[in-house]
Write a protein that binds this ligand. Structure first.
Ligand code: ADP
Ligand code: ZN
Ligand code: ZN
Length: 826
């Protein structure tokens, strides 16, 4: 029997920990519970061995082995190791993200007696209650009762202990503080599946005599195919006891099955499902290229550059069907399911019960259940957001990443992996094809295609010969000169909106900030009202449905980063001037203005204030499809893959402010947003039109987006990236040094800065230390470095050396953020 196992724990330390095996030998990939600095933690076994321990090192035993079989396959263990290495992240934290099974391990607290407690118990038994104690005699009695209860060394659950002794939680806490008791968290496995009861008809050739209720219940169930959810039976107008009687008479049996999950219902009547279209020539060509890789069963990364409305989804579905036909499973990653509920609806329409959905709005229980369905091979088509890339899909044959350019694929907490890149790696380990698709591929993927690493598939026509919309730029500087005042909406946009509504068509307008005004500024001193916790301007949100003439004691200013809220102050916090004014219109103001301008329009708004959950989005989209809304205003949410055939006009208001942000990806983001939002126009029979209001009409990102010229844009942008040594011509990491104490953050970043200088780093450019663009966030001060180099190995080597140095200077690991391939440099 091997003596030790190494365990990866979810702690911010780049190492595994060795424990002694006590009884059951765990397998690699199984979960175990182990003691770790006074806690019990769940970790994953990475190695089982007999290696002699270093001199003077003692190990503690494993407390419990949770799985008899490996929960993570070799393939996923290997992927985890790659992520830990590539993103310089602790393996235990990577593994924690791969196992969505927290819900299966219920934590509760247990108490046992400690030596000092025993002494008190025996001393107290002689002396009776003590006058020196601050506690009432009753509480002292309860304390003794607790000690008595635990005297034999038993471990008691908190609930049992409290009901046996009448001791309150506070009293137990006090005893722990006095070290009379030891409190421990214990994890316990449980079955997380939610089951639902189904009534199933028992086939009978002849029915016995039945009463009217019994007959009608059997008829109801027979009418829906012989199976009905018990929950639904309760809604029928039949007494509850009837079901029980029929079960007793063996005419119905009850089955327990895993509960069904959300299925999108937004599918407009009369519109074909994606998989029902016969593929056109361009789609067939794309499919045949994928089919070759599928057939050969080799690793190959395909990049589908397909313009908006070219019918990429149908190609994905057909390729997934091919994978299923050859007995394998398929995985589809999407940016955010809640924002595009139509996608999951289409999936169910095409693949029925073999679909599993994984996304952030699932409860831990639901997540765990989906995970098991996938692992058992019941779900062979998996669709999910970023972390679904770790789904334990059995016999995976194809991975597809839709909208591969979307920045939500990058996880903004440890481990800071990029879902798209992990997908490519997973496909490589499995030797299967992977497909990345977008109308605006990331520069990284595009240049990989140019270098021949990825196979490029182009879909350059919209389905059914529909044309791309004509894009017109409205120069807001001229608009100002001609009208003499600053306007939110240009005359052209108002004109076109009116005409669109008059024709009975639909228009959408992008205003990419939420709230009413995104800056509140003092006219006297020029200061903006900032969040107390962050170096961020607070956004003004207007209270709806209130009498505006009365000042409301409401919370109207909001920080969109930390959620802090406060009233609009009467005077400027800096100079006490009373002249505060509001700048910058958000979507809430947009809606209000449009309502004034188009009183007869049926206006809807789509932003994070109106769409909080999946159902809000569904409702909004259903109203759009039905034409109940004919004018929609919203943030970039409206640019996501919605396919609404009645929309013929798209207006873009203030999408170019992003061009001024200190981020080398600003132009790329602006181009993507303009292209994606333009892509919402003219998807049906009627031709679409786009009006872009801009203060930078000559900027290449705006010009080329207006010409639908993605290849032209990438060519230009790649030149700039090469010149500036930015990705994809360099690999980059953002290192943030953070602390609640400004002096500490400053001193540490200086220490690291000197180290970077001293350690004559060959081939690594280090920018910084500098205050991060958001220099204070959630009360934490932030400095940062940007590291750029041409070699991947050089980058991770440097980062590791830096972490080792920081460790030596006692800079805590949690105060350093290492973000490899950072997407946001804020
Ligand atoms: P993309 O993702 O490339 O923007 P979609 O996959 O959303 O495009 O397809 C756009 C629209 O075209 C959808 O309404 C889809 O149902 C429809 N469609 C897809 N393939 C065909 C086809 N071969 N013929 C006609 N319509 C199609
Ligand atoms: Zn002021
Ligand atoms: Zn804040």
């Amino acid at each position: 029997m091997p003596a030790f196992c190494d365990v990866a724990l979810p702690v911010p330390l780049d190492q595994t920990f060795t424990y002694a095996i006590d009884g059951v030998v765990p397998i690699v990939g199984a979960r175990v519970l182990v003691p770790f600095s006074g806690q019990r933690l769940m970790g994953v076994v990475t190695r089982v061995h007999d290696d002699p321990l270093p001199e003077g090192i003692q190990t503690k035993p494993v407390q419990q082995v949770l799985d008899s079989a490996a929960l993570l396959t070799d393939e996923l263990m290997r992927l985890a190791a790659w992520i830990a290495q590539y993103y310089v992240a602790p393996l235990g934290e990577v593994l924690r993200g791969m196992l969505p099974l927290a819900a299966e391990v219920k934590r509760h607290f247990v108490y046992r007696i400690a030596e000092p407690g025993r002494k008190v118990l025996y001393a107290g038994a002689e002396k009776g209650s003590s006058r020196r104690s601050k506690l009432s005699p009753e509480d002292q009695d309860r304390e003794y009762a607790v000690l008595n209860y635990l005297e034999d060394g038993a471990i008691a659950k908190a609930a049992a202990l409290r009901s046996a002794t009448q001791a309150r939680k506070a009293l137990l806490d006090g005893m722990v503080k006095k070290r009379w008791l030891i409190r421990e968290a214990v994890a316990e496995e449980r079955d997380a599946r939610r089951l639902e009861r189904i009534a199933v008809l028992v086939p009978k050739t002849r029915l016995p005599k039945l009463n009217a209720n019994q007959t009608s219940l059997l008829a109801e169930i027979a009418a829906v195919g012989g199976r009905m959810r018990c929950a639904e039976i309760r809604h029928l107008d039949i007494p509850d006891s009837t079901l029980g009687t029929l079960v007793k008479r063996n005419l119905i049996t009850i089955e327990e099955v895993a509960e069904d999950f959300f299925r999108s219902s937004t599918h407009p009547a009369g519109k074909k499902h994606t998989h029902e279209h016969a593929l056109n020539e361009v789609q067939l060509e794309a499919l045949s290229s994928l089919a070759i890789s599928l057939h050969k069963n080799v690793f190959n990364t395909h990049l589908i550059y397909g313009i908006t409305g070219s019918g990429k989804t149908a190609v994905y579905f057909a390729a997934m069907q091919r994978a299923l036909d050859s007995g394998r499973s398929a995985l589809l990653l999407v940016p955010e399911i809640g924002l595009t509920p139509a996608m999951s609806g289409q999936m169910y329409a095409a693949f029925g019960d073999s679909v599993a959905l994984l996304h952030s709005q699932l409860t831990p229980d639901e997540r765990a259940e989906q995970w098991h369905r996938i692992r058992r091979g019941e779900a062979r088509v998996v669709v999910g957001t970023r972390s679904a890339v770790f789904a334990p899909v059995a016999n995976l044959g194809l991975i597809i990443v839709d909208e591969e350019h979307d920045s939500s694929y990058k996880q903004e907490e440890t481990p800071r992996y990029h879902g798209r890149d992990v997908a490519v790696m997973r496909a490589k380990f499995l030797e299967i094809p992977v497909v990345l698709g977008s109308a605006t591929p990331s520069l990284e993927s595009w240049s990989n295609a140019e270098r021949g690493r990825y196979t490029l598939i182009e879909m350059l026509e919209r389905v059914a010969n529909r044309p791309l919309p004509a894009v017109e730029l409205v120069d807001m500087r001229t608009e100002f000169q001609q009208t003499g005042h600053e306007q939110l909406f240009s005359r052209r946009l108002l004109e076109e909106t009116q005409a669109t509504l008059d024709r009975g068509e639909q228009a959408i307008i992008l205003l990419n900030r939420r709230g009413y005004s995104f800056v509140v500024m003092c006219r006297s001193c020029g200061d903006k009202i900032q969040c107390e916790n962050c170096s961020i301007s607070m956004t003004f949100h207007k209270h709806l449905n209130e009498d505006e003439s009365i000042a409301q004691p409401g919370e109207r200013l909001q920080c969109h980063y930390c959620g802090f809220r406060r009233n609009v102050p009467k005077t400027c916090p800096t100079c006490q001037s009373e002249h505060l004014y509001y700048l910058g219109a958000g979507s809430q103001q947009g809606e209000e203005r449009l309502q004034e301008l188009f009183p007869n329009a049926r206006i809807g708004r789509m932003d994070r204030d109106t769409v909080r959950g999946r159902m809000d989005m569904e409702r909004l989209l259903a109203r759009l499809h039905a034409g109940e809304i004919n004018l929609l205003v919203g943030t970039q949410m409206i640019a996501k893959g919605h396919d609404i055939h009645g929309v013929t006009l798209v207006g873009v208001v203030g999408a170019d402010f992003a061009l001024g942000l200190p981020d080398f990806r600003a132009a790329e983001r602006t181009f993507q947003l303009l292209t994606q939002v333009s892509g919402r126009a003219g998807r049906g029979e009627l031709r679409g039109k786009v009006l872009v209001q801009t203060y930078h009409p000559d900027h290449y990102a705006i010009q080329l987006a207006a010409n639908h010229d993605y290849p032209g844009f990438v060519a230009k942008e790649l030149q700039y990236r090469r010149w500036m040594h930015y990705p994809p011509f360099a690999v980059l990491a953002n290192v943030v040094v953070q602390s609640v104490k400004l002096e500490e953050a400053a001193a540490w970043s200086e220490t690291l800065g000197k180290w970077f200088q001293r350690t004559t780093l060959d081939k690594v450019r280090v920018l910084g230390p500098a205050a991060a663009p958001i220099s204070r966030l959630k009360r934490i001060y932030r400095f940062h470095f940007i590291l750029k180099t041409e070699q991947r190995n050089t980058l991770s080597g440097t980062l590791r050396a830096m972490l080792a140095f920081a460790d030596g200077c006692e800079i805590p690991r949690r105060n350093l953020i290492v973000d490899v391939d950072a997407v946001h440099l804020m």
